[in-house]
Design a protein. Structure first.
Length: 277
């Protein structure tokens, strides 16, 4: 793990790769997001993070895809560039403070601003508590909760200087319902909610909002791997009678980042088809 941290640190410091320098002005009218704004999305290399990045890029927002998996962010940055915005791909370990600071320095050097942060990167290491090893507990807390803390702390200083910012933390329905086999994951995602509400109170006077999007079960590689029966059992728990899509989550994130949401802070937006009300 130490070796991996050093490698990713080095990669973020030395080869923050700028995929696009396309400065074309984008005539964006849809969600009233001012052109030239810049978003960092962690865990942007695949799944929900990838969809959030492409949604923001389609609205004219410059995007930084940050992920421990460099191949994924290179790919999504190229796709974002194709939508006419500037895009940057960075290999970052969000659980490592130096790696996170190197990411924010690289973004600040290139764009001179961070308007939006989406703390999306997350991992699971499921096990019943009696069988859980300490490493599985700590790894999930380090990435999901400490990662959101480190990224928020590193960008909030820039946002305070500009007197503008939006942070959205991706939690989970499990944070409020609990789930057997996920004490570590649920604790990390519930921690994000308390973190969000406290930070929202600290930074609201500076025109910075901090909110949570809490997805239910979303159709991703993880749920694709479930068997037919397991998927049917899952869907039976959801009043909307379907799994969510990454687009459902991205739309909620886009709303909370938009100018229309400027008076919404410290809130949890549940995106779960009615599974938890
Ligand atoms: N898929 C669901 O059903 C679901 C439901 C509720 C909440 N969520 C949450 O939504 C977020 C995205 O989920 P997903 O399904 O797209 O997951 P995913 O596993 O497809 O993507 C997560 C991304 O995070 C990256 N990542 C992992 N550790 C990292 C680290 N230390 N530093 C930087 N990047 C790291 C991974 O490389 C990956 O690209 C997660 O926080 C997850 O907990 C997902």
């Amino acid at each position: 793990m130490l070796q991996l941290n050093l490698l990713t640190k080095l990669a973020a410091q030395l080869s923050g790769e700028i995929v696009s320098r396309n400065r074309k002005k984008f005539d964006f009218k849809g969600n009233n997001m001012t052109e030239d704004r810049t978003a960092i999305v962690t865990g942007g290399g695949q799944g929900i993070g990838r969809t959030i990045i492409l949604d923001l890029a389609s609205k004219g927002v410059n995007v930084v895809a940050a992920d421990i998996n460099l191949d994924g962010v290179n790919q999504v940055s190229s796709e974002a560039e194709g939508l006419g915005v500037r895009a940057m791909a960075l290999q970052v370990d969000i659980s490592d403070a130096e790696s996170v600071q190197a990411m924010v320095n690289a973004v600040s050097d290139e764009f001179d601003r961070v308007d939006y942060l989406v703390n999306n990167a997350g991992i699971t290491r499921d096990s019943l508590l009696v069988r859980m090893d300490d490493e599985a507990w700590q790894a999930v807390i380090d990435v999901n909760l400490t990662g959101a803390y480190l990224c928020s702390k590193a960008v909030v200083r820039l946002m305070m200087k500009k007197r503008f910012g939006r942070i959205v933390n991706i939690s989970s329905v499990v944070a409020v319902m609990g789930n057997a086999g996920q004490t570590n994951y649920a604790a990390s995602k519930a921690g994000m909610i308390g973190f969000t509400k406290s930070l929202a109170r600290e930074v609201a006077p500076r025109n910075i909002t901090v909110n949570v999007v809490a997805p239910g079960f979303i159709q991703t590689a993880m749920t694709d791997a479930l068997g037919e029966k397991a998927r049917e059992d899952l869907v039976a728990l959801i009043p909307s009678q379907r799994l969510g899509t990454p687009e459902d989550v991205a739309a909620s994130v886009g709303f909370l980042l938009s100018d229309e949401a400027s008076y919404i802070t410290g809130q949890v937006l549940h995106v779960n088809g009615g599974m938890y009300m």
